[in-house]
Design a protein. Structure first.
Length: 186
């Protein structure tokens, strides 16, 4: 019986991989599949530092679906990496107009505001992301980084590290390293 389950799982994975790999090769690719493929491709290119290519992918997504929150967030991230914070803010704001309850949009806004030096708005954005999704490790991490260097936030940073330990141990460790924290505090 376990052998049958193993083969079934293997077949399911195989068909998923085949279908996914074929989605980029089909000339009759549906717009939704193409949109997902381009978003996935753009995110990969951002991670490789290929911001111009990622930008092209996200813009193509918007030509297919002008209400794609993922494309606007992707472009926001592209422009953060290019240090064009006004364009990044513009794209995250467009995403916010489509879905103001999307925590990832608020995380992106927090990042832009932080990079622009508007600490008050960055904190507000990260807190809103946490209010919308109290398991958003990126929101907690961004909030802690925004609090960095301000002694009045020392206790909040320790609380965030404790929360991150439960959500994403690697981010918690990275934050400790950044803050020179140990498990006993600052």
């Amino acid at each position: 019986m376990n052998r049958i389950k193993s083969y079934s799982m293997l077949l399911a994975v195989y068909f998923t991989v085949v279908l996914f790999s074929m989605s980029g090769c089909s000339s009759s690719e549906s717009p939704l599949v193409r949109e997902d493929r381009l978003i996935f491709s753009g995110m990969g290119k951002i991670n490789k530092g290929q911001t111009d290519k990622a930008e092209k992918d996200f813009k193509e997504v918007l030509s297919l679906n002008s209400r794609s929150i993922m494309a606007y967030c992707g472009l926001g991230q592209v422009y953060i990496q290019k240090r064009d914070f006004d364009k990044a803010l513009s794209h995250y704001t467009k995403a916010l107009l489509i879905d103001e309850a999307n925590p990832q949009v608020h995380v992106g806004l927090g990042s832009v505001y932080f990079m622009k030096g508007d600490i008050t708005k960055a904190i507000e954005s990260y807190k809103e992301a946490i209010r919308l999704d109290d398991k958003s490790a990126q929101a907690y991490f961004g909030l802690a980084v925004t609090y960095s260097g301000k002694s009045e936030y020392s206790e909040q940073i320790i609380e965030i590290v404790d929360k991150l330990d439960k959500l994403d141990k690697k981010l918690a460790d990275k934050l400790r390293q950044m803050q020179n924290l140990n498990s006993g505090g600052i």
